[in-house]
Design a protein around this ligand. Structure first.
Ligand code: RIB
Ligand code: CA
Length: 306
């Protein structure tokens, strides 16, 4: 079966690193590009981290540096979760390569327009690059299979009581993408908080080999809950959905994004209006995950032969 071509738009980020490592090592996926954005940490650091990953994994996947700031709001990075480097916990060898000269938006356009097959965009940071891509090169929209994005949620936030980090940091970009007409599948905190890894699972990943040990070392510094209480490796759930949709349930729902005020960045689903036919569903929302299936999946992924 031909591998599915994907682009990661990413802010590595320890959970991003987990998602990217799994995808790069799975023959069902063909990772064409890592385009970076400033979010977990500044874009200089997320770009360096993307290079650390491609060189550690020994893969010739181009890295293109993207936007450092959201469209309108001021970026609020979270080094307290991922560490000052954005990927604290593992001593990567010094990076020898460089990102592409061209901006991530140009790089994404080139990959998308030169691909025989439609590309899946896996958006696991803010949506800033994607919003600008659609504004500058609307012709790419027809060449995109689907946007699978980790962001938002239906049951509360992690940056404040209602907003999830990726949408919170650039709600305007997310609104542009969610209303772009390109099919969007949203993996929000309502499912990624349920897909947890515990100490025994992380130790199985550690014992699986070189890549697993690197990820385990990062996870020991990742501060989105704790190993004994259940780590939430949010971005990895987006890759789980692509590779194992049988572990999930979805529903087409009307998602609007609050742009102003204290709830800015909240993904709002007006169930009542949809039931009354007053609002159209615009997003495929992942509503359920099989937590045991997810745990077994991620351990099996790291047990793949290098
Ligand atoms: O809210 C979790 C999301 O924000 C993840 O993508 C994490 O990497 C951060 O970017
Ligand atoms: Ca991320």
């Amino acid at each position: 079966m031909k591998a599915r071509p994907i682009i990661f738009d990413t802010d590595p980020g320890i959970d991003d690193a987990t998602a990217i490592t799994i995808a790069v090592r799975n023959p069902e996926l063909d990772v064409k590009l890592l385009s970076t954005v400033g979010a977990n940490v500044e874009v200089e650091k997320t770009t360096l981290n993307a290079l650390k990953l491609t060189e550690f994994l020994g893969v010739d996947i181009p890295v293109a540096r993207g936007c450092g700031e959201p469209l309108i709001r001021k970026l609020r990075p979270c080094p307290e979760v991922h560490g000052i480097t954005g990927m604290d916990g593992y001593e990567f060898p010094p990076v020898t390569g460089k990102p592409l000269e061209k901006h991530a938006v140009e790089a994404m356009r080139d990959v998308i327009m030169n691909s025989e097959e439609k590309i899946t965009l896996v958006v696991i940071g803010t949506h800033t690059n994607i919003a600008i891509l659609f504004r500058m090169y609307p012709e790419v929209k027809d060449r995109i299979e689907e946007i699978v994005t980790m962001g938002g949620g239906l049951t509360g936030g992690n940056t404040n009581s209602t907003a999830e980090f990726n949408i919170y940091n650039d709600p305007h970009a997310a609104a542009m993408v969610f209303n772009s007409g390109v099919p969007v599948t949203m993996l929000g905190l309502n499912v990624t908080n349920e897909a947890r890894l515990y100490r025994e699972d992380a130790e199985a990943i550690d014992a699986s080999g070189r890549a697993g040990h690197m990820i385990y070392s990062l996870l020991n510094h990742y501060r989105d809950a704790f190993l004994d209480g259940g780590l939430r490796i949010h971005d990895s759930v987006a890759v789980a959905y692509i590779l194992r949709p049988d572990l999930f349930k979805t529903e087409m729902l009307p998602i609007e994004i609050a742009l102003e005020g204290p709830a800015a960045g909240t993904t709002v689903c007006d169930f009542r209006a949809m039931q009354r036919g007053e609002k159209e569903a615009n997003v495929k929302v992942v509503t359920e995950v099989d937590p045991e299936g997810y745990k077994q999946w991620i351990i099996d992924e790291f047990r793949r032969e290098d």
